[in-house]
Design a protein around this ligand. Structure first.
Ligand SMILES: Cc1cc2nc3c(=O)[nH]c(=O)nc-3n(C[C@H](O)[C@H](O)[C@H](O)COP(=O)(O)O)c2cc1C
Length: 178
């Protein structure tokens, strides 16, 4: 198996973290991997806040997430990465009028997953959280109105791996060869 295949297999959504801090150098590596992601017209619309402060993390989870999904596990994560989009006029507001493609959201997803895979390579666990209240997250992190939060990613040292991998659709179910 190639190193890349092993890395893809190592990543999972981690929902239990040890309390140990994550070294700043590890977080910087994750952000550097995100920074090098491709983006439509190279607009690099991603913006990040690295929340390590306990009070800030608690507010993000208490006030910045929606009810209904049990996410108490997220309080064990020593770091929460906040992911947002800063839209440009031409690529992100004019071009999608013609194409209907959400370029900045695609770009942010790629950048976020670069960070996640870098984390996995360092032995760190992560979990995307999309069940958020963007307006509240913006207020909590102090972003201006032109930056819109889209997701959180918890980061920390995993307690363990789930015994079973989450199921995936087969290639036959998702791919058509023409
Ligand atoms: C964009 C996105 C949003 C997600 N939002 C949440 C969430 O709000 N809460 C949660 O517990 N997991 C969330 N997840 C994790 C998924 O549930 C998980 O990736 C999926 O079940 C597959 O499991 P795996 O990541 O362990 O392979 C999200 C994942 C993505 C990519």
């Amino acid at each position: 198996m190639s190193e890349f295949e092993k890395l893809v297999g190592a990543r999972f959504s981690c929902r239990a973290y040890r309390p140990d801090a994550v070294p700043r150098a590890a977080l910087e590596k994750m952000l550097e991997a995100a920074r090098r992601a491709p983006s439509a017209c190279n607009q690099q619309p991603w913006r990040f806040v690295v929340a390590t402060d306990a009070a800030l993390r608690a507010r993000l989870l208490d006030e910045g997430t929606l009810p209904g999904l049990r996410m108490t596990w997220a309080t064990t994560a020593p770091v929460i990465l906040v992911l947002g989009i800063r839209k440009s006029v031409i690529t992100h507001q004019v071009a999608p009028l013609l194409s209907k493609v959400d370029y900045p959201l695609l770009d942010l997803g790629i950048a976020g997953e670069h960070a996640v895979l870098q984390a996995a390579e360092l032995g760190l666990g992560t979990c995307w959280i999309g069940w958020i209240r963007p307006g509240d997250v913006r207020r909590i992190v102090g972003w201006p109105r032109d930056i819109t939060p889209q997701a959180l990613i918890t980061v920390g040292w995993p307690v363990s791996r789930p015994e079973r991998e989450s199921p995936r659709l087969s290639l036959d179910e998702t791919v058509t060869w023409r």
